[in-house]
Design a protein around this ligand. Structure first.
Ligand code: DGL
Length: 270
């Protein structure tokens, strides 16, 4: 048993979609969330920059004495997971890609036509394809689609008609050309527009990386004897820039009033 906090982080607000599932799955756990809203998006940046920013966040979480780090960001998981594990060897660190790849590997049949929507950095890394095929070599039809511009729109809370246009732009040809029947939301910002995607492509099954990591966190905490038996303090949500759109999105994703949320500013760009 361990009542210290779980540190959850992302390049921006996307990781809140994972935090929401983790809070539902593990209501006794205290969450320390960090979203690097001042420097988002990460997916269009170089691996060196992504690693540098990720190390700063990792240090912030270590300074907060978290019992586990949860990388609620596919881009950081694809780029800096091993570096973070090397730098912080005493803290268990879970990335979002492996648990999602495991679900795909276990639940898709060999004839599945799998599409991975992700950021530029995640697509470039090829980590999704590698992890899925490691776990289930029979899955051969895996196609990736870089959908980077969805991220800033989600950060801005633009999820209406303009978002639909962007989804058409990215996905119409992709889904048709590869006869995609299973689409992986390989960026934690994308569940915010899962309803749009479902409405535009109702026959395609969606798999969300944000949801899959929550179960993995519970299993890992349990295995290590680190589950909390009670919540010692309220959750805290740090961001490196607290704009109106951040506050609106945090309310939308977590379904809570701003006044009830413990939102704090933290600049890591030192
Ligand atoms: N939410 C992130 C992910 O899961 C990163 C998006 C970005 O900063 O480009 O990849």
């Amino acid at each position: 048993m361990d009542n210290r906090s779980i540190g959850i982080f992302d390049s921006g607000i996307g990781g809140l979609t994972s935090a929401a599932y983790i809070m539902e799955e593990l209501p006794k756990e205290r969450i320390v969330f960090f979203g690097d809203t001042a420097r988002t998006p990460y997916g269009s940046k170089s691996p060196e920059k992504i690693r540098q920013f990720s190390m700063q966040i990792g240090q912030f979480m270590a300074d907060n004495d978290v019992k586990m780090m949860v990388i609620a960001c596919n881009t950081i998981s694809a780029t800096a997971l091993e570096d973070l594990r090397e730098r912080f060897p005493d803290i268990p660190i879970i990335g979002v890609i492996s648990p999602t790849a495991r679900v795909i590997a276990n639940h898709c049949s060999p004839d599945a036509q799998i599409g991975i929507m992700a950021t530029r950095a995640t697509v470039k890394s090829g980590v999704y394809v590698q992890k899925i095929q490691e776990k289930n070599p029979a899955l051969k039809k895996i196609y990736q689609k870089e959908c980077q511009a969805i991220v800033p729109l989600v950060e801005e809370g633009i999820i209406g008609d303009v978002m639909d246009e962007l989804l058409h732009f990215y996905l119409d040809d992709f889904i048709k050309e590869h006869s995609i029947d299973t689409l992986v939301l390989g960026c934690t910002h994308f569940p915010v527009v899962a309803d749009n995607i479902h409405r535009l492509y109702p026959d395609v099954r969606l798999i969300s990386s944000s949801r899959e990591i929550a179960v993995a966190v519970r299993i890992e905490l349990n295995k290590r004897g680190l589950l909390a038996d009670r919540k010692t303090d309220e959750n805290v949500f740090y961001a490196s820039d607290i704009s109106d759109s951040f506050v609106n999105m945090i309310q939308l994703i977590l379904g809570e009033d701003r006044d009830k949320l413990n939102i704090r500013f933290k600049n890591l760009d030192l």
